[in-house]
Design a protein around this ligand. Structure first.
Ligand code: ADP
Ligand code: MG
Length: 236
């Protein structure tokens, strides 16, 4: 195999942070449990994508991350699989509310994330619930009541359900802002900030974005602590 330096050079990976661990250049290197490695194999994936290779070891150290990589680079599993490992460690009761919360800008993206989470989390018996607008609340509230380890939500609908006091975020300790740039473009910043107020400060926060404009930098500096930044390819 390649050295960590050669791997990063070849895949245009740059990192900013203290003592950043080297990338996992193979699935075997991740130490993920066999039920997860089996799903990865079933999906026909031969190796981690660069954003996965570099964000997995950082996320598994329970550190905050900003990951910047273009669309189609495999960011979803970049945060989901360490989220599953986090769930295994915490062993929270899903009836008390989710442990992992993923915020996503649109219904379409949220359901794609839910599909990926259900596919890769099924053999680990992870309960995934998706909350989005443009659909009746009833079934979503029933899904919450049945118990969720992972909630994938658009900020607007989650905020509505929070105001109804039909979900508790007090157990959330792994927060993901996916497509952070798009969420801010769509005007979700006030809802995101309200949601974050409901989550304990003692948490791991991960931000995945395709671009890194100053609005995204600002919210990252407000919500993340001592984060490691992982870039794939050329960013400004
Ligand atoms: P992004 O969020 O960066 O736009 P996605 O997470 O949606 O990217 O992934 C894009 C596609 O790549 C999906 O179909 C996903 O299943 C697939 N994929 C994810 N990880 C790998 C991998 N390690 N090898 C091959 N394909 C992968
Ligand atoms: Mg994505």
């Amino acid at each position: 195999g390649l050295s960590a330096e050669a791997y990063c050079r070849r895949h245009e990976i740059t990192v900013i942070g203290d003592n950043v661990p080297p990338p996992f250049t193979s699935f075997e290197a991740t130490g993920f449990p066999s039920e997860i490695l089996r799903e990865v194999q079933n999906a026909g994936f031969s190796s981690p994508t660069p954003i996965q290779a570099q964000s997995w070891p950082v996320a598994l150290q329970s550190r905050d991350i900003v990951a910047i990589a273009k669309t189609g680079s495999g960011k979803t599993l970049g945060y989901l699989l360490p989220g599953f490992m986090h769930l295994k460690r915490t062993r929270n009761n899903s009836q008390m509310g989710p442990t992992v919360l993923v915020l996503s800008p649109t219904r379409e993206l949220a359901t794609q994330i839910q599909d990926e989470a259900m596919k890769f989390g099924k053999s680990s018996r992870i309960a995934v619930v998706c909350l989005y607008g443009g659909a009746p609340k009833g079934p979503q509230l029933r899904d919450i009541d049945r118990g969720a380890d992972v909630v994938v939500a658009t900020p607007g609908r989650l905020n509505d359900i929070l105001e109804m006091k039909r979900i508790s975020l007090h157990q959330v300790s792994y927060l993901v802002l996916d497509e952070a740039d798009r969420m801010l473009d769509m005007g979700f910043e006030p809802q995101i900030r309200k949601i974050v107020k409901e989550i304990p400060a003692r948490r791991q926060t991960l931000m995945y974005t395709a671009t890194w404009p100053k609005e995204v930098r600002k919210i990252a500096s407000d919500l993340l602590v001592n984060s490691v930044q992982v870039n794939i390819g050329n960013v400004d």
